[in-house]
Design a protein around this ligand. Structure first.
Ligand code: ADP
Length: 201
């Protein structure tokens, strides 16, 4: 059963003092980042984000689950991307879309998180994953997007740090994306969920 916790996010000043003022298209209309304990493959949203690897040809964790449930169509599109513009693979922080195959979502946006640890600070690359995925989603005219906790599995990024980076990047990016009205973090285990909840507070 899904446990849903809504975190109010303040996205810039709204002019409540002027009764005549109405929100315009340039104003953000994401009021909430949803934190959900659950499985990203089950989400009924326009876009689910895959914590992929640079090969785009599948892996474990979220990646494995998405390809298993979504069916071969997703991998077929990933292979086409590799044969075309992404011959060298997808770089860390970049994002690209494919079909979602048999999943309830309409698209999968694949992004590659940075591996922990690293000799240099790669936080900006983790933030890029969220930003670029949302830009790709906006380009598809998606209204809803669900993210896993990118890099916190096989790539070993500490969840406390990942949560702060994720929520900050999402909050900043929603300001530029009036069309996206639902942003959901889908956390796979209780500890990760709890850490995201504290970070949101
Ligand atoms: P990365 O290689 O970027 O670390 P992983 O897929 O290994 O990606 O893990 C990222 C996060 O996704 C981890 O917190 C992991 O527990 C979680 N996860 C694994 N399977 C699912 C799933 N089906 N839905 C949502 N989150 C998942």
């Amino acid at each position: 059963e899904l446990e849903i916790h809504l975190i109010p996010v303040v996205l810039g000043a709204r002019d409540f003092d002027r009764p005549s003022s109405r929100p315009d298209r340039t104003m953000p209309n994401v009021d909430l980042i949803e934190l959900v304990l659950g499985d990203i493959t089950e989400q009924d949203v326009d876009v689910i984000v895959n914590a992929a690897n640079s090969s785009l040809l599948g892996g474990g964790g979220v990646d494995g689950a998405i390809h298993r449930k979504g069916g071969p169509e997703i991998l077929a599109e990933c292979r086409k991307l590799r044969a075309g513009h992404y011959g060298g693979g997808l770089k860390t922080g970049q994002a690209v879309a494919t079909t979602a195959g048999r999943l309830r979502a309409r698209w999968v946006v694949h992004t590659v998180g940075p591996v922990w640890p690293s000799t240099e600070d790669r936080s900006h690359l983790l933030a890029d994953c969220y930003r670029n995925s949302m830009h790709v989603a906006a380009g598809l005219e998606a209204r809803s997007i669900a993210f896993p906790a990118i890099s916190t599995g096989v790539y070993r990024w500490p969840v406390e740090s990942a949560a702060e980076i994720a929520l900050t990047a999402i909050t900043q990016t929603t300001k530029e994306m009036p069309g996206i009205v639902v942003v959901r973090m889908v956390l796979f285990d209780q500890r990760t969920y709890d850490v995201f909840q504290s970070a949101a507070r």
